[in-house]
Design a binder for this molecule. Structure first.
Ligand code: ATP
Ligand code: MG
Length: 575
């Protein structure tokens, strides 16, 4: 590709709304252009990257026995009512829905369980036709509350979504294991460093689910990884050994103490010279269900934090968020900061974390503005609530799986998610097959997503420097950047053209910067920004049959004879 002809237009400045590196660099390098919040046009260079990622995905999915389909992205409301997701997604506010000219309601799909289940149930009647795994690489729509970070969290984006259908749980586990291997191969082949973590199954609950995280400091997800074994989990899901706390000793009489203005455990710790682990904090939430809302009080040892995802799962709630001041006052009869289990208003659901078990003589809020209770004891002063693991695990805590490992905290970008769904959709949509005894049974399903456009952005988050993108070779838009310093000089022009020709003949994709009247400085700056793995510069030495090779990632340079260019490029690309 000649750069003088290429639709590749770098910008001088960063876009003003770019919060993360990948957004900034992809926009400045002319790969993407914003059309609306979370909606982007992909320029040819970006399209090439997406095609490369898609091709790797496609090859590995096919290798694992999945078959490619294309399902409609415009879908009728009916199938979404069948699965029970229409109302829930409408309520969540993330479903793009519309009405056609006849008044029928439709949506633009966020995922395709309904469509694929419909396709399969109308086609497959017997266990003999199972298992099947169907996948597509297609556009998805989600009206994200905060579309941001460019391609990382778009409202329109490209996803590879696969769906497996098996006759039983054992079959599902096999299908899932195959996808897990395929995903590892995919991200390895893309040249990305990643971590597989246990993930939260959300409202579906119980099932096995894992996420593939591209390791990057800028990732939105926090992950905890054991230094002693292979345990790794999203913080939403992570468990850990309970950190030791101070003990309270034999029960003493409970007493009320004035604590004017003291709302935090730290302030109270100072006032009473009491370890924070001797306190119970009462965190109030609003829990949202399909038909109702309720106030929930979570009791947590003072030095520990609440994991809202675990709370939502324990409740079976659609969502959980911190109670606002009005809700706090209604639940406690006091200003925020003084909530406690003793005398909390009836109707408030109380849940305890495992950490409160065995605590004696603890401090907690008195449900009275500017007062706390001391030497409180469960069973005597207040009933012991139902306890669950509701704690947010942190880096530095002990691994829940092995004896001596410690959890380290890092960040990641979720690029893939695999999920043992079970029969949730097949039951709801009456998607049945006849087993070997002629008994009608629901398909046992799995679903497997990869954010193809997010993978491209994550690759940039993980691979860049101050000058621009450093594409991993397997997904770079072109592998080699031939730069002709001065195309008006015949020897330079001929050398560059020869390199382009020979490298293309050897199977490489080449971008050839043949622009005239563009300064070498601008060419090199653009090349750094666009970030192709290997650069071949035809400059002053071209008259002696010599060009310069530079590896984008390391900056390593070498002078190379024209005859040796192809071999030397091959060596550098590991091809
Ligand atoms: P997130 O937690 O980041 O919102 P999710 O868990 O809702 O993602 P899934 O439903 O698991 O996403 O979708 C499968 C994959 O699609 C994700 O692993 C991610 O790579 C990608 N993806 C999801 N939402 C977006 C988005 N708004 N923009 C780009 N890619 C996305
Ligand atoms: Mg996910």
């Amino acid at each position: 590709m000649r750069q003088s002809q290429a639709f590749l237009h770098t910008l001088r400045d960063d876009p003003s709304d770019a919060e993360v590196v990948s957004h900034r660099l992809l926009a400045r390098a002319g790969f993407i252009q914003k059309l609306a919040a979370g909606v982007y046009s992909y320029a040819p260079a970006m399209t090439r990257v997406l095609q490369r990622v898609s091709q790797i995905v496609r090859e590995e999915m096919n290798r694992a026995g999945a078959q490619e389909v294309l399902l409609p992205i415009l879908q009728p409301k009916e199938i979404w009512e069948e699965s029970g997701r229409w109302e829930r997604y409408q309520k969540g506010g993330q479903l793009f829905s519309l009405t056609d000219h006849k008044g029928a309601e439709m949506c633009l799909v966020p995922t395709a369980e309904e469509a694929v289940t419909t396709l399969v149930k109308r086609s497959i009647a017997s266990y003999r036709q199972l298992p099947v795994n169907l996948y597509q690489i297609h556009t998805k729509f989600r009206d994200e509350i905060r579309p941001r970070f460019g391609l990382m969290r778009g409202r329109e984006f490209i996803m590879k979504d696969a769906y497996s259908f098996d006759a039983d749980e054992a079959g599902l586990r096999e299908s899932y294991a195959k996808m897990r291997v395929a995903y590892q191969r995919i991200f390895e082949r893309c040249g990305l460093k990643f971590t597989i973590v246990q993930a939260d199954a959300g409202a579906i609950g119980g099932s096995t689910t894992e996420e593939f995280m591209v390791n990057a400091d800028t990732g939105e997800d926090t992950i905890l990884v054991c230094d002693g074994c292979n345990y790794a989990a999203n913080v939403e899901k992570a468990e850990s050994k309970l950190p030791a706390g101070e003990t309270g000793g034999e029960p003493k009489p409970m007493h009320l103490e004035a604590t004017p203005g003291d709302k935090s455990c730290e302030q109270l710790s100072k006032r009473f010279s009491l370890a924070v682990s001797r306190m119970i904090k009462t965190v109030l939430f609003r829990a949202v269900y399909a038909e109702r809302e309720e106030t929930v009080a979570v009791l947590m040892r003072g030095d520990l934090d609440v994991n809202e995802v675990k709370v939502a799962n324990a409740l079976g709630a659609l969502a959980v968020d911190l109670a606002d001041d009005v809700r706090v006052r209604a639940a406690t009869g006091a200003e925020p900061g003084f909530a406690g289990p003793v005398g909390i208003k009836p109707g408030v659901k109380v849940l305890g974390d495992l950490s409160i078990q065995g605590m004696t003589n603890f401090l907690c809020g008195a449900n009275k503005t500017d007062y706390h209770l001391l030497d409180v004891n469960f069973g005597r002063d207040v009933a012991m609530p139902e306890v669950r693991d509701l704690r947010k695990s942190k880096g530095g805590e002990g691994c829940p799986k092995c004896a001596s490992g410690k959890l380290g905290e890092t960040r990641g970008i979720e690029v893939g998610h695999i999920f043992q769904l079970g029969t949730k959709y097949s039951k709801a949509m009456s998607a049945l097959f006849a087993d070997d005894q002629q008994v009608q049974k629901p398909f046992v399903m799995g679903c497997y997503g990869i954010g193809v456009s997010r993978v491209a952005a994550a690759a940039v988050e993980q691979n860049h420097d101050k000058d621009g993108i450093v594409w991993p070779a397997p997904i770079a838009p072109w592998q080699v950047h031939v730069i002709c310093v001065n195309p008006e000089d015949a020897s330079q022009r001929e050398a560059a053209e020869r390199c382009e020709r020979e490298l293309e003949a050897a199977g490489f994709d080449v971008l050839h910067d043949d622009r005239v009247k563009v300064s070498p400085g601008v060419k090199f700056k653009d090349a750094d920004l666009v970030g192709l793995p290997v650069r071949v510069v035809a400059g002053r030495d071209a008259k002696d049959g010599v060009v310069e090779l530079k590896v984008r990632r390391t900056g390593a340079m070498a002078k190379v004879k024209l005859d040796a260019v192809t071999a030397e490029v091959k060596a550098r690309l590991g091809a």
